[in-house]
Design a protein around this ligand. Structure first.
Ligand code: FMN
Length: 471
């Protein structure tokens, strides 16, 4: 792959916004900043204003993260997480979507929900409902979970082992594809006033799913929505995570500390997509990044110093311990992060190992400092021009499609990007000035509202090879 199209035009850049229904999502301590509004996360005003701002900036979507447990790996306790507001308290992400959809026309919604604890049957209906209400603008970020505390509160001793969680997720998706794609034929709903038939029963099918984890004999209880299956997002880059993404994902969020790490991850993902019989560009890949910008370089640097004064090292290490599955309170700050085996997010550790191979060994202190703004992803500081140069360089050198932008403060960080960076990218012809029409899937890939024929989910359609639906 190259960064330019065959006519030599520079590659386009796309943005997603990364947020969560909590305070200071990935920027620990910054909820205290006088301009940060993240502590109003529990109001519709915060979310609807943000959605309108992002649509002004032609963002592809807002990606809302979620967890169902507390970060209690650091110090073997959840006290530091609770004290710092580190993703606790956290509210439900799905509930935010309808309000944001009402005040926007094009913005996509990538909502996170885990496969580990909720039965796929009610979940299928919740997502179908949102796809109807958003007129086909909903995406689902499929996560398998990484917090043992979530497992315990769901009545399990611990979470499944890392790769087993993905096997479980494979069956979870199979059930959903059967419900979303295979249960109702396109012309099942007839709304015939003369005969009094709302739906033709001959065109609604039992999915007859009988598997290792789930048994779902009946029909989907919602009628087909514009996209049927919501756009599938994924964010896990271990080998098992990439194999899962290759079969399912249409948008992938990755996090890496450097261009070299990102380039290597992108190459692996595109190879895996091809090996799964899908085009190499059939998933949009967004790299996590936080942008701190202003009119001039000096002002941006001053802003960065101001933000730094509000960060919480304890909060950052609480997050990092949860993501790595390693209690970092037991290490000195100058200790190298070594090769620790993780049952949490394996790609976090392998990224750091990759950095070590490149001669850049991270210490626990580096994690505390670098992780305090924008969490797992790097941050960059500069004027709009400087940031635009850098984004173009990253896209050209790593073959990503765009960036998943975390915030230092919200909505300030997104306002700064819309004001200082996007106009320059637009001037350079590398950033959209308007949205394509249609559903989120059509906007992202331009190949229609429904899953493309080569996608695994399409194989479960009524009459298709993998369909188990029966009349
Ligand atoms: C950018 C990014 C965002 C993620 N967001 C979430 C999230 O909101 N909730 C969650 O449970 N896991 C989240 N994860 C974790 C992964 O989705 C994944 O399920 C799991 O941690 C295993 O990852 P691995 O395949 O890299 O080991 C995120 C990971 C990345 C890189």
């Amino acid at each position: 792959m190259t960064s330019a199209d065959p006519n030599g035009a520079p590659k386009q850049i796309r943005f997603n916004a990364f947020d969560m229904n909590c305070v200071a999502h990935q920027s620990s301590g910054l909820w205290r900043h006088p301009q940060d509004r993240s502590s109003t996360y529990n109001t519709l005003e915060y979310w609807t204003e943000l959605a309108k701002l992002l649509e002004r900036g032609t963002f592809d979507g807002i990606f809302i993260a979620d967890v169902l447990g507390t970060y209690d790996v650091y110090g073997s306790s959840n006290v530091a997480a609770i004290r710092n507001g580190a993703q606790v308290p956290v509210n439900d992400p799905l509930m935010l979507v309808s309000a944001m959809a009402l005040v926007t026309e094009h913005l996509g919604f990538g909502v996170t929900a885990g496969t580990a604890y909720e039965h796929p049957y009610p979940f299928a209906r919740r997502l179908t409902t949102l796809d109807h209400l958003t007129k086909g603008r909903v995406g689902w970020n499929v996560v398998t979970g990484y917090l043992p505390s979530a497992a315990r509160n769901m009545g399990h001793d611990d979470q499944l082992e890392h790769d087993d969680r993905y096997d479980h997720a494979d069956e979870y998706l199979e059930v959903l594809y059967k419900l979303w794609e295979g249960s109702w034929e396109d012309d099942a709903v007839v709304k015939d006033r003369e005969s009094g038939v709302f739906t033709d029963p001959a065109k609604v099918h039992d999915i007859q799913h009988q598997g290792k984890h789930f048994s779902v004999p009946g029909i989907h209880i919602s009628e087909p929505s514009p996209q049927r299956t919501p756009v599938i997002y994924q964010a896990g880059a271990s080998s098992r995570g990439i194999a899962f993404a290759a079969g399912n994902a249409e948008a992938i969020f990755i996090a890496g500390p450097s261009k070299e790490v990102l380039k290597s991850t992108v190459g692996k993902i595109r190879d895996a997509l091809e090996a799964a019989g899908r085009p190499r560009d059939s998933a949009k890949i967004y790299a996590l990044l936080t942008i701190i910008t202003d009119e001039t370089s000096e002002k941006a640097q001053a802003k960065y110093q101001d933000y730094l004064s509000y960060t919480s090292a304890e909060g950052a290490l609480t997050f990092m311990s949860g993501w790595m599955g390693v209690d970092l309170s037991k290490y000195e700050l100058d200790e190298p992060v070594g090769n620790v085996k993780s049952n949490a997010i394996q790609s976090v550790l392998s990224n750091l190992e990759h950095e070590k191979e490149l001669g850049r060994e991270w210490t626990v202190g580096d994690l505390a400092r670098e992780g305090a703004i924008g969490g797992l992803g790097p941050y960059v500081v500069g004027s709009g021009e400087e940031i635009a140069d850098l984004l173009q360089e990253w896209v050209a050198e790593t073959d990503i499609d765009g960036f998943n932008l975390a915030y230092a403060i919200t909505p300030g960080t997104f306002e700064d990007v819309v004001e200082h960076v996007i106009p320059i990218l637009r001037e350079r012809g590398v950033y959209p000035t308007s949205y394509a029409e249609g559903t989120l899937r059509e906007k992202l890939h331009g190949r229609g509202d429904r899953l493309p024929a080569e996608h695994k989910g399409a194989g479960y359609r009524w009459g298709a090879a993998n369909s188990t639906a029966q009349a």
